[in-house]
Design a protein. Structure first.
Length: 273
């Protein structure tokens, strides 16, 4: 802890991160130019991608900001408990349970005054990867037979990864197609789950809570028009609930229940885009 700043750093990367001028720093430019080796990933927020000193690896530094109505007012000034440290703890717990998530390197909290703070978290970049939406759209360029084979492989792998996360008691607060990364390993593909901000760990997740989380994911497929057919979604559910006799016997009922969570969001999209 230095003054009003608290930094938690993984021992293995402690020297590299703390010695880098740009690491976990809000300053990524000098005289209007990005620091050498720094690139910017654009999404809802701009995320710096920074070389890790003394290695060929890179890290992503995410700055926490408000979403929704408060976004334009409070921006990155947060209130209450430290979101970076909570996400760090969840990522570590997920990793220990064998869930494929990014390796978290450090988290930082800068106290402003009273309960208000700004926060950042750094995790290792997953190279040669694309989010699920981009990956699925990219499959359209492949021959039909190869496209179908790769899509089935990803759907089954994703279903089992989410199932394992839920079995570990982890509820992903923003489970969507852009928070799933597909990595090309050279020998195949691997699924990663990312962005566990505001997620929770519980002793166990009820069937209702699991379906609610799956409904959130399904909503994102509709919102961003992911190229998934009804058959693809059915295959996902079959893989996720394999071995659950209650659900397998009433699969269509639970799929409909999952879809019922959508009506309010569909109205919102029509009104506000």
């Amino acid at each position: 802890m230095i003054g009003k700043t608290t930094i938690l750093v993984k021992d293995k990367y402690r020297d590299q991160i703390l010695s880098q001028k740009v690491a976990l720093s809000r300053k990524i430019k000098e005289e209007g130019e990005l620091f050498p080796g720094v690139s910017l990933l654009k999404g809802r927020n701009i995320i710096p991608c920074i070389p890790i000193k003394g290695s060929n690896e890179r890290m992503l530094v995410k700055r926490y900001e408000h979403g929704g109505l408060f976004r334009k007012v409070t921006r990155d000034i947060l209130l209450g408990n430290s979101r970076p440290f909570r996400e760090l703890a969840i990522l570590e717990a997920a990793s220990q349970k064998g869930i494929p998530v990014p390796e978290v390197l450090a988290a930082r909290v800068d106290r402003i005054f009273g309960p208000f703070y700004k926060g950042e978290i750094a995790y290792k970049e997953i190279p040669d990867s694309a989010n699920l939406l981009e990956y699925l759209k990219g499959l359209n360029e492949r021959p039909l037979e190869e496209k179908m084979s790769l899509k089935r492989e990803i759907i089954n792998s994703l279903a089992q990864t989410i199932k394992k996360m839920h079995a570990s008691g982890i509820y992903h607060a923003d489970l969507n197609v852009k928070n799933v990364l597909i990595q090309n390993t050279g020998k195949g593909t691997r699924v990663y789950l990312v962005d566990f901000d505001c997620s929770k760990i519980k002793k166990n997740l009820t069937l209702r809570v699991r379906i609610k989380n799956l409904a959130r994911f399904n909503r994102s497929c509709e919102k961003w028009k992911a190229p998934l057919t009804t058959t693809d979604k059915l295959r996902f559910f079959l893989s996720y609930f394999k071995g659950n006799r209650l659900v397998e016997a009433n699969l269509r009922k639970y799929i409909r229940r999952c879809s019922h969570f959508h009506w309010g969001h569909r109205l919102y999209w029509k009104l506000f885009g």
